[in-house]
Design a protein around this ligand. Structure first.
Ligand code: ADP
Length: 501
């Protein structure tokens, strides 16, 4: 089966944007890379070059960090009131919303995801994130603390805390939700009063760069947000190691997360990490099985399986195993794989040739380990980076396809007999990002939610995200939480002030 890609009319503002080489944003100006180099970003539905982008490296990161430093230490940004800061973040949300269609198209072209998903999820969630965090700008408060100080008898003190921004933040984001990840990172940083150097993923830099234009249009002072596209080993590594950066926030693979931690040791900058996952999704025989089947299919196939929290290990109670797994396979067969711009596409291509190779390699490994593909199992022929949605059965807990993150539309299905036996198996992974539980037994659901070693547990639902709901990992899935008020902890620090009266 090959994918037919029909020519699609793209709005002129999008074709203008990709029609010329994109520059980087440093200190409020759009500039070429110091080296003059550019790199291509591809359309994963066709494998063709979509646009050329300035290739940031150490010198550009250095200029961007210095601009962010200046904006934080002495720029007008630090003198804005909390309310003025919040209004700017809110204005950015409004502008983004006004350009929803344009951003959705750009995201689909660069990442491959269905336009319906970019339009219905990525962009609105990004808008909501800016609005949610805009409200927090005026609510970052300290406390007054009665202190006793036993070694100064009779003395009185007035003690209080301030919550202050951490400073210059380096943010490195992945390619699976390019705009949304930029919003998850930028919104709490800006609401807190930090300044930022953002490095988008080399596979998908376009929506972050377009967002940079809206950031300037909203009226953020120069240097508050700098956007430097480039490769991980060069621009990303230089940002993670830079001595003038106070904090680094990273979303990506666990492997690169470790490199970030090492790079941060020079000046002991603060680090937050949102990393990989291999999330268990557990279906009990007492569940609403139709909902569990639909939810389990979407848990793995949403976004082509390129979600760190994908429900990639499906555990099903034995008496309903065949029904549930066949149900998920039937859903997989109905998925329409195609170019994200086609209106009836429900699964787009993987993001890159490299990612396609990685997923196909795992399919080979799984089959050679003895797994069987109930459906899917192969690359889709023709242009673009398409792979079939796949359900693997005859899998065992110790197989590589059950232990390692595939980051594609591949689920492994395994039966279990009782919850006592299941829980150690569900937790038997180095990761701990998310988990799903499908049952009508509410006390069982909450007992298991407590026993899951994961940062998010979804009960009778999956992939439910909200700007107010913290998200992040246990174990090797990360440090710190994105979204919700927990995210603000990562961008603020506490100062204690003590006065002798
Ligand atoms: P993936 O393997 O899925 O592409 P990565 O973890 O490699 O995910 O990439 C996530 C982000 O990390 C991207 O922006 C990438 O450029 C960046 N990155 C990759 N390697 C490094 C590195 N050594 N130092 C800093 N950033 C990096």
């Amino acid at each position: 089966m090959g994918i037919a890609v029909s020519p699609i009319q793209i709005d002129s503002c999008v074709s203008d944007f990709i029609g010329k080489p994109r520059k980087m944003l440093i200190d409020g100006k759009w500039v070429n890379a110091a080296s003059g180099k550019t790199f291509p970003t591809y359309n994963p539905a066709t494998g063709e070059v979509l646009a050329q982008v300035a290739e940031g490296d150490r010198a550009d990161i250095d200029a961007a960090v210095k601009a962010a430093r200046k904006a934080f230490d002495s720029g007008p940004w630090s003198r804005l009131t909390a309310s003025e800061r919040g209004k700017l973040v809110w204005k950015l949300a409004d502008l983004l919303e006004q350009h929803l269609e344009e951003f959705a198209t750009l995201e689909t072209l660069d990442n491959g995801k269905p336009l319906t998903v970019a339009r219905g999820a990525d962009v609105p969630l990004a808008v909501d994130m800016f609005r949610y965090m805009a409200g927090w700008a005026t609510k970052l408060e300290g406390t007054t603390i009665p202190i006793s100080v036993p070694y100064t008898p009779g003395a009185q003190y007035h003690a209080y805390t301030l919550r202050e921004p951490v400073g210059v933040v380096g943010q490195i984001i992945p390619w699976n939700f390019p705009l949304l990840m930029a919003a998850w990172k930028l919104a709490p940083a800006l609401a807190s009063g930090c300044t930022v150097v953002l490095k988008p993923a080399e596979q998908t830099p376009l929506t972050a760069l377009r967002l940079g234009e809206l950031i300037m249009e909203a009226g953020f002072p120069d240097g508050v947000v700098n956007i430097v596209p480039g490769y991980g080993e060069t621009a990303g590594a230089a940002l993670a190691a830079h001595d003038l950066v106070d904090k680094i926030a990273f979303t990506g693979s666990t492997e690169v997360g470790r490199l970030i931690v090492h790079a941060a040791t020079g000046n002991l900058k603060k680090v937050s990490l949102e990393l990989g996952g291999k999330s268990p999704n557990v279906v009990f025989q007492d569940a609403d099985l139709d909902a569990a089947i639909a939810g389990s299919a979407s848990a793995i196939f949403f976004n082509q399986g390129q979600c760190c929290c994908a429900g990639s290990r499906l555990y099903v109670e034995r008496p309903v195993f065949d029904r549930v797994v066949e149900g998920v396979a039937a859903k997989a067969k109905k998925i329409r794989v195609g170019s994200g711009l086609e209106p009836d596409t429900s699964m787009g291509p993987l993001v890159s040739e490299e990612q396609l190779q990685r997923v196909c390699n795992y399919l080979d490994i799984g089959l050679s380990e003895g797994a069987t593909a109930l459906t899917g199992g192969k690359k889709v022929g023709g242009k673009g980076y398409f792979v079939e949605p796949t359900v693997l059965v005859n899998t065992k807990d110790n197989m590589r396809v059950v232990q390692e993150e595939i980051f594609g539309p591949v689920v492994t299905a395994i039966p279990f007999d009782d919850p006592e036996e299941l829980m150690p198996r569900a937790n038997d992974t180095v990761y701990g990002l998310a988990a799903g539980i499908w049952t009508r037994d509410i006390s069982k659901a909450h007992r298991l939610a407590s026993a899951m070693r994961a940062g998010t547990v979804w009960i009778n639902c999956y992939n439910i995200f909200d700007a107010a709901l913290p998200f992040g990992g246990y174990k090797q899935s990360g440090w710190g939480r994105e979204m919700g008020k927990d995210a603000l902890e990562l961008y603020t620090q506490t100062k204690a002030v003590c006065t002798r009266l």
